[in-house]
Design a protein around this ligand. Structure first.
Ligand code: ATP
Length: 375
């Protein structure tokens, strides 16, 4: 009997789904009756960076501390490579979790050289240790400082030594809590990029806590947006930015403008034309949310504005309150004729119309988010 030849890709199609390096399931923690981490679940794959992003006090650090094992959860489980390492009964101690830690206030040992700092957590033969230290210092461009003491290094260089020290024992997981916030802006961008290269090369699963959207957008393969102890949205940076879960999620990444309307027959009528509000009952209010860069400005033509278009809808008139040059763009604030509210628009380069100048505004319909009004 003739056997069919195996089809290309047949084996891989049957492979089990990849196991996350780190998975937390339904993690919760209260302090003094206050729930600060509320049923948080997430997965991080090897070689991936997930940013836990949210405002100060939303429970990011507490989540990280539970994963590190220095804080106990009230409920939930932590798995590494598919193995349970901690629930409310069973607990692998922090030092046996193979987790690297890097925090904002990292401290190098001042009495040890750079090389000794990096090799501090390493076990085994001196030669192998030395090779690993040299490998990492080479990767972060600091090999020449191997026999220097930390005090002779700049803040950025010390940060890179701390990163090397955390990575030296080849942790399966790296937890980083606002690791770049002690550095000045220009330096920070370079160090972030370098750190990302090193982390990717080491294939660790990285969970990085930050309250800065730009940092998360720059570093993350996935962003988990956290608010009041909960993850409100999780996904690739592009998706979290462009398909936000709610009004606050839009506002966390940028300034926003909000235009309120009432729904009739799944449509809401506004001074900028009609907007679809599918699934919202008649009489309910919706917020149309638009970022300043998606408002288009046009000049007044003797009391008339541009003609309506399918993409931009109807134009509405207002008068400039103030305009400021921000570097790469100008920010213009306009008081709208229809209700006296102020809308913000950003325009590339220099556009500084005088206060009182009439302008017509259109809003990019494809860039609007329509949410049921919440307040
Ligand atoms: N050991 C503790 N005892 C009591 N309350 C705590 C403890 N640790 C954290 N909290 C509280 O839990 C809440 C969440 O704190 P957490 O540090 O996790 O937030 P965060 O999002 O990391 O904020 P930040 O960026 O400011 O550090 C805060 O209100 C904090 O005061």
């Amino acid at each position: 009997m003739k056997h069919d030849a195996p089809r290309p890709g047949h084996d891989s199609a049957r492979k089990a789904p990849p196991v996350p390096r780190l998975e937390i399931r339904n993690l919760s923690r209260s302090f003094g009756g206050q729930l600060v981490v509320d049923n948080v679940s997430l997965k991080v794959m090897p070689g991936q960076v997930t940013c836990l992003l949210g405002p100060s006090g939303c429970g990011k650090s507490t989540t990280l501390r539970m994963i590190a094992g220095v804080e106990m959860q009230d409920a939930g489980e932590i798995h590494v490579d598919g193995n349970l390492i901690c629930d409310t009964v069973f607990r692998v101690p922090p030092e046996r979790r193979h987790i690297g830690l890097m925090f904002q206030d990292f401290a190098l040992f001042p009495h040890l050289t750079v090389g000794e700092n990096v090799g501090f957590g390493l076990k085994g033969a001196a030669e192998a240790k030395r090779a690993r230290v040299e490998e990492l210092l080479g990767k972060v461009g600091l090999l020449r400082f191997i026999d220097e003491y930390p005090y002779s290094l700049s803040g950025g260089e010390q940060q890179r030594v701390a990163l090397s020290r955390a990575l030296a024992p080849r942790p399966r997981i790296m937890l980083m809590d606002e690791p770049f916030s002690g550095l000045d802006n220009r330096l920070r961008d370079d160090i972030r990029d370098e750190t990302l290269d090193v982390l990717k090369a080491e294939d660790a699963a990285v969970l990085l806590v930050t309250h800065e959207p730009e940092e998360a957008m720059r570093m993350a393969d996935e962003i988990a947006l956290m608010r009041d102890g909960r993850i409100v949205q999780q996904g690739a940076p592009y998706n979290v930015y462009n398909a936000p879960a709610d009004k606050q999620s839009v506002a966390f990444f940028s300034d926003i403008n909000v235009i309120r309307g009432t729904v009739r027959g799944a449509l809401t009528e506004t001074p900028f034309g009609q907007f679809l509000a599918p699934g919202v009952p008649d009489g309910a209010e919706v917020d149309i949310v638009i970022r300043p860069q998606h408002i288009k400005l046009d000049l007044d033509r003797g009391g008339r504005g541009p003609s309506p278009t399918a993409q931009d809808g109807v134009a509405a008139r207002g008068e400039v309150v103030r305009a400021r040059f921000m570097g790469a763009e100008s920010l213009v604030e306009i008081r709208m004729d229809y209700d006296g509210s102020i809308l913000k628009a950003t325009v590339p380069n220099v556009f500084l119309p005088a206060p009182g100048k009439p302008l017509w505004l259109m809003i990019r319909r494809d860039r609007c988010f329509v949410f049921p009004a919440t307040d």
